[in-house]
Design a protein around this ligand. Structure first.
Ligand SMILES: Nc1ncnc2c1ncn2[C@@H]1O[C@H](COP(=O)(O)OP(=O)(O)O)[C@@H](O)[C@H]1O
Ligand SMILES: CC(=O)OP(=O)(O)O
Ligand SMILES: [Mg+2]
Length: 378
């Protein structure tokens, strides 16, 4: 049985999972990398901690049974539209994409470099967040700005969370018996994005050139009038770095009500807190707008799939975002929804609504093995 180690290196954490086939042998997370007072100084130290944890559990990184290592890489730009065997050349190209994803790609690269140093003999594969969205049409991918400027600077919609959208859209379509159907996927985690998928191909997605566009997120604003950025600079006297922080790290639910954890927001909401009520309604309103937009993009919808920490757990978000849409064939059964069923639509609704736990690590492991068997076949 093939054994794959999956590494998801974020800016301040490394998540890992060791799989034998689909079976999870070990998994965990090293957090607070580089933070003040943290014992984990950098990604090198984090990877060492991961290796030590694995060794403790009897799965040392030096094991000859390990077949491959799969890495999440957030931005593949226009260069990478498929999972790719990592070579020096590939690393160079991922480095060239750092300006498009300054928070994410350097962390991914650190993970790759250290893993290659530890196991230079093993095939390693990069699985890109952007890849699944490479099928979106020019109409959906192009921003209406000067075309030469956009071309020169590679400005377009790339989309993110692609591994999750690919996995969840497939699982959702299978769950309702329409493997070639039309699916709206709502990935609602700390970062959040929506996608419109038809017969396994992504037609549109809410994140853009960077993971800032689209839905309201834990700490990111999502959509806003781009002139707000100009105004913040010219009239608000803020620097570009300050605006970046305001929109990416201090926006979203955190900016609206001071809490980015949806569980806390819901508790405050239940206690009648007006700031939490506004934040929650902004979140759900934006979500509802994207559901309507992607309904129109797809023409017909077989299933709406909720995933991610919020999508999988918040019956209130699901019920609020989909309320009053019976004319579109959408109706949530309140009992199924609150009970946590996999299918939460009413029996007679034309559009099925499903709750599908995402599994990015499993999908990365599958794609890693696919690349390796393709490479071996030559
Ligand atoms: N029971 C719950 N009810 C509402 N929100 C929840 C619940 N459990 C987790 N969440 C929310 O899920 C979000 C984190 O989602 P997750 O997918 O784990 O994040 P990440 O994008 O970091 O992987 C947080 O906002 C958290 O509050
Ligand atoms: C790309 C992105 O937004 O990822 P995350 O949700 O993990 O921050
Ligand atoms: Mg997640």
């Amino acid at each position: 049985m093939s054994r794959v180690l999956v590494l998801n290196s974020g800016s301040s954490s490394v998540k890992y999972r060791l799989l034998s086939g689909d079976e999870r042998l070990a998994s965990g997370m090293v957090e607070r990398i580089g933070e003040a007072g943290s014992p984990v100084a950098d990604h090198g130290a984090a990877l060492k901690a991961v290796a030590a944890e694995l060794a403790d559990r009897g799965f040392g990184l030096d094991s000859p049974e390990l077949t491959a290592i799969g890495h999440r890489v957030v931005h593949g730009g226009k260069t990478f539209t498929e999972p790719t065997l990592i070579t020096d050349e590939v690393i160079k190209k991922i480095e060239e994409l750092v300006p498009l994803a300054p928070l994410h790609n350097p962390a991914n690269l650190a993970g790759i470099e250290i893993a290659r140093r530890l196991r230079p003999d093993l095939p390693q594969v990069a699985v890109f967040d952007t890849a699944f969205h490479s099928t979106i049409s020019p109409a959906a991918a192009t921003y209406a700005i000067d075309r030469q400027v956009a071309e020169r600077l590679s400005i377009r919609r790339y989309g993110f969370h692609g591994t999750s959208h690919a996995y969840v859209s497939r699982e959702a379509a299978l769950a309702v018996g329409r493997p070639l159907g039309n699916v709206i996927v709502l990935h609602l985690g700390n970062g959040a994005s929506a996608s419109a998928v038809s017969a396994g191909r992504c037609l549109d997605t809410s994140m853009g050139m960077t993971p800032l566009e689209g839905l309201v997120m834990g700490t990111r604003s999502g959509d806003l009038d781009p002139a707000v950025v100009l105004y913040l600079g010219r009239t608000g006297g803020m620097s570009l770095d300050e605006i970046d922080t305001l929109l990416n790290r201090r926006g979203g639910m955190l900016g609206l009500c001071g809490d980015n954890d949806m569980r806390v927001v819901e508790k405050r909401l239940a206690a009648g807190d007006p700031d939490a009520r506004l934040a929650f309604s902004v979140y759900c309103h934006q979500l509802r707008k994207y559901i309507g937009a992607y309904y129109a993009v797809l023409g017909t919808v077989d299933v709406i799939a909720f995933t991610g920490g919020v999508g999988e757990n918040s019956s209130l978000v699901r019920e609020t975002a989909l309320a009053g849409l019976e004319a579109l064939g959408i109706a949530v059964d309140p009992v199924r929804n609150r009970r946590g069923d996999r299918l939460i639509s009413t029996g007679d609704a034309a559009v099925k609504v499903a709750v599908i736990p995402t599994d990015e690590e499993l999908e990365i492991a599958h794609q890693t093995l696919e690349v390796i068997s393709r490479t071996n076949r030559g």
